[in-house]
Design a protein around this ligand. Structure first.
Ligand code: B12
Ligand code: SF4
Length: 471
């Protein structure tokens, strides 16, 4: 199951392709598999538990980002109450980077899975079914009641084509319609992942899928999209790759195949990438094949800041990328990060001024979060470069919150103020307001604005009990 999300920027509620992939790969052997997305379905804690009680699972597995892990542990604990012999498993970005710490902090989880779940989960379920120990299964971590720790990493899956296509049949697909990237709230968006892994080493990135780029075959991806349109009513595809265009030639071939197969006539699509990984020819081809929106991890408009982040890119790239997209009629979003180790109020304002000049249709200004397993967490924990770690209460690890870390010159309050000013400067421009309302779904813009304002007025995101209301 996928759990509640407290980050106010979580305006995109998308069906998780990683879970659909795990389900597809365990279902042939374990057909009695159900899926609950408490966040998308706006389930309260009680409603979530009720769903679990009704299904009576032998194994309850959670997928968690860092900000969701506490909620998942509470549900796991409640599900186990009264001596219920249910086996609990946690996987996803948080557990992947700190599996043992997760188990030590949250005893309600019996197992943590690090890395890709398809093969690991199948093997783990066999062990549970046979009553045999799971300690030998690669990727599975555990701590026995007498404190013995077990677990070793599982190598990444090299041949992604060997996996079954993600199975959406267990999902309530009508629950997902909240992305501001959606052309219309009536369109069904499904997620497709074409590669796994990223060769870069940005200091803030969780690097869940490793450094090596593992590619799927183009016919395999085309089959999946056609199946999504035919069997699941997809009208839009979100390519969830961390850097969609990392394999330029592969993406160009995919675009050509979408055009020649007629897919580009049936759906529109959107993706995320780096600003230094697009060129004019590729953008034109992407547009022709149905792309209407690209989101760029710009991070900063200052070269020194990009160097500190180990981004291995130049600030000029974001200006060029947005210009190219606009010339080809693509909508754009640029994501910026505030609160780098060397940031001062002045450098943050400079970054935002650059963002104004870049002038993508949308911009987000995240506050740097020290996610577990990242270089930034390492620096914050050891107090390097003036960073101070404020808390390890994971509920506060949201990019729009700024509660987790301070820099030498910017305390939490200052960072939040700078972030607020960044949004005001960016969006409270007549042309931008007109543009946002022209492009985006008005309901979503309103929802985002209100939730952000509520947070700023002191409605703390830690408030317990509901789904999106607590974002
Ligand atoms: C696409 C994407 C999105 C999409 C889709 C959301 C999603 N969760 O998939 C959008 C744009 C909506 C998004 C939003 C956000 N994202 Co995001 N996103 C990604 C990205 C680039 C790829 C995810 C993906 O589809 N991977 C491909 C699939 C196949 O892999 P997967 O989902 O990881 O699942 C595999 C394994 O993790 C594992 N697994 C997963 N769950 C489970 C559960 C069990 C039981 C088991 C056994 C295994 C297992 O098995 C799966 C199959 O192999 C990752 C970076 C990355 N490489 O992981 C960041 C990432 C997951 N996002 C991140 C964050 C922080 C966010 C936001 C909170 C950011 C924000 N507010 O601005 C929001 C949260 C929104 C939400 N409700 O989820 C962080 C999470 C860090 C952390 N420790 O929490 C990541 C890791 C990026 C980073 N900063 O390093 N995101
Ligand atoms: S932030 Fe993007 S480019 Fe940087 S390491 Fe992570 S996935 Fe790669």
């Amino acid at each position: 199951m996928s759990l509640l999300n407290r980050d106010s920027a979580a305006t995109q509620v998308v069906p998780l392709v990683g879970l659909a992939s795990i389900i597809a790969n365990i279902k042939p052997e374990f057909p009695e598999t159900a899926f609950i997305d408490a966040f998308a379905e706006k389930l309260s804690f009680k409603q979530t538990l009720k769903r679990i009680e009704d299904f009576k699972p032998d194994v309850l597995a959670f997928s968690c980002l860092t900000i969701q892990i506490n909620d998942a542990a509470e549900v796991a604990e409640a599900a186990k109450a009264g001596g219920n012999p249910i086996v609990t498993v946690v996987g996803g970005p948080h557990a992947s980077r700190v599996p043992m710490d997760t188990l030590a902090e949250f005893p309600a989880f019996d197992y943590a899975v690090a890395g890709e779940g398809e093969l690991t989960m199948a093997e783990l379920l066999h062990c549970v079914a046979d009553g045999s120990p799971a300690s030998g299964v690669k990727g599975v971590y555990s701590i026995s009641p007498d404190g013995v720790r077990a677990g070793e990493p599982r190598p990444f899956i090299d041949d992604l084509d060997s996996l079954s296509l993600p199975d959406w049949s267990a999902f309530n697909l009508d629950a997902y319609c909240a992305s501001f990237r959606l052309k219309s709230q009536r369109i069904r968006e499904l997620c497709v992942s074409i590669n796994r892994g990223c060769p870069f080493n940005c200091i803030f990135c969780s690097k869940i899928m490793g450094n090596k780029v593992r590619k799927r075959s183009i016919p395999g991806v085309i089959d999946e999209i056609q199946r999504d349109i035919r069997d699941f009513g997809a009208g839009q595809i979100l390519f969830t790759d961390e850097t969609f265009t990392v394999d330029r030639e592969g993406v160009a071939a995919l675009c050509e195949a979408m055009i020649s197969s007629g897919i580009s006539e049936k759906i529109s699509w959107t993706a995320d990438t780096r600003p230094d990984m697009v060129d004019d020819e590729l953008v034109a081809l992407m547009k022709r094949s149905g792309c209407f929106f690209l989101c760029f991890g710009a991070d900063s408009t200052d070269d020194d800041a990009l160097k500190i982040m180990k981004k291995n890119a130049r600030a000029a790239n974001i200006y060029t990328a947005i210009r190219m997209c606009k010339a080809h009629g693509l909508q754009t979003q640029a994501a910026y990060i505030l609160g780098l180790p060397t940031d001062t109020a002045q450098s943050v304002r400079k970054n935002v001024s650059g963002a104004l000049k870049v002038n993508s249709d949308f911009a987000t200004f995240s506050i740097l979060v020290p996610y577990p397993g990242t270089k930034v967490m390492e620096m914050a924990e050891s107090g390097n470069e003036g960073l101070t770690l404020l808390t390890k209460d994971w509920r506060l690890y949201g990019k729009q919150l700024g509660y987790a870390m301070e820099t030498a010159t910017l305390d939490r309050r200052k960072l939040e103020k700078l972030q607020r000013n960044a949004y005001f400067r960016y969006y409270l421009r007549p042309a931008k307001i007109r543009n946002v309302f022209r492009i985006a779904d008005v309901k979503m813009v309103f929802f985002y604005f209100v939730s952000h304002m509520l947070k700023r007025l002191g409605v703390k995101p830690g408030a317990r009990g509901s789904g999106p209301a607590a974002q």
